[in-house]
Design a protein around this ligand. Sequence first.
Ligand code: FAD
Length: 420
Amino acid sequence: TPRYDVLVVGGGAAGCAVTASLLKRDPDLRIAIIEPREQHYYQPGWTLVGAGVFDRANTERAMSRCIPTKAQWIRAAVEAFDPEHQQVVLEDGSRIGYRSLVVCPGLSLDWDAIEGVRDSLGKFGVTSNYAFELAPYTWQLVQHLRHGRALFTQPPMPIKCAGAPQKAMYLSCDHWLKGSVLKDIQVDFCSAGAVLFGVAEFVPGLMRYVERYGAMLNFNNNLIAVDGPARKAWFKVTDGTGQSSTVEREFDLLHVVPPQHAPDFIRQSPLSNADGWFEAEHETLRHPRFGNIFSLGDVCSAPNAKTAAAVRKQAPVVAENVLSVLRGKGPQAIYDGYGSCPLTVEFGKVILAEFGYGGKLLPTFPLDPRVPRRLAWKLKTRWMPSIYFDMMLRGHEWLAEPKHLDFEPRPAEAVNACDF
Ligand code: FAD
């Protein structure tokens, strides 16, 4: 059985960033990434593909160009974990050993939770910016719609980039407003949640745009079924007393965001919590029972906003802590829950929501973060792809230096008796 110092599960934003961060700190590390896909996606770009600002080709790169050259790429999918023997099991049954494991396979989109939607995606006016293949269709639909009814849905939390469902609505509405057709389009935002955005400070700024665009907010409205040819959608609507009923809505455009959960092989593993996500200590990102296993990115149960922005800050924390554990020490670097959601409220302006655990505002720039800004639009549309591909995935950690604990935590052996 091959054995690595560090084994990384998943070569997405988190897997590539943490590997680059580890190799920057120790170029001699024997490290491998297990990743089945040939393509790597810059998903934050899909909101802009759906609004005609980016070409989708700019959001896709060969995986071979994203995985750090000093890391071994194992082109396979992980099926199971055997933490007692410090091994993972691949789909073909073969095993790979590790001294420390980093788990970051992202999350699964559960299209099947919405009856009928699979048969309608990409036609009948049904689209989603949550898929590389579909985001260009959003922009086609937006350009062609001149009157009728547009529905934008949001599933129960947690989801990746919690602002993305409403970003799609704002940019579509702005296009219709500028084309003088918004007055003939009824826009509904149907969210399974009870608030527009989880961090209250940003809600008044967003409400100004909801009003400007005349969008109707429908909370506690969970999309459960779609009939594309009939152009109808059904929602489970829950009222204040907890009673629920089904509401039917017709549409000309339906932007769907599917429910999201941890991948099945994580849910079924000894590493998951009761909700299926990878169980992690929120500050160190280490598993509470298996002391040489860490996680970051969308699969991790830490209650931060599931974003690439979070990954940018998590990667150096996990890298430092993995190296501590390999040296027989406890993790020392801590993560403050930073995540960011650039809310594209109109073409040319973004409310850059940056916050940590408990919704604490953590703005990078000394400016009021609640204000929509042109600078933040430039950041999102011009600089972010390069910050992602050329900095984050390459281990350049500008403004992402981790904080440290001021006491020595439990060493790895105390948590999991494993031979290093
Ligand atoms: P991913 O990047 O999804 O990568 C997971 C990888 O694991 C994949 O390559 C997958 O093939 C691999 N994998 C899966 N299963 C296995 C297995 N069994 N074995 C091995 N490998 C496996 N973030 C922001 O910061 N700002 C934004 O504006 C923003 N907007 C977004 C808009 C949209 C529409 C979407 C969809 C996302 C957006 N995000 C945004 C979120 C961001 O893309 C994710 O948070 C980020 O990609 C998470 O990184 P990850 O590595 O955890 O998961």
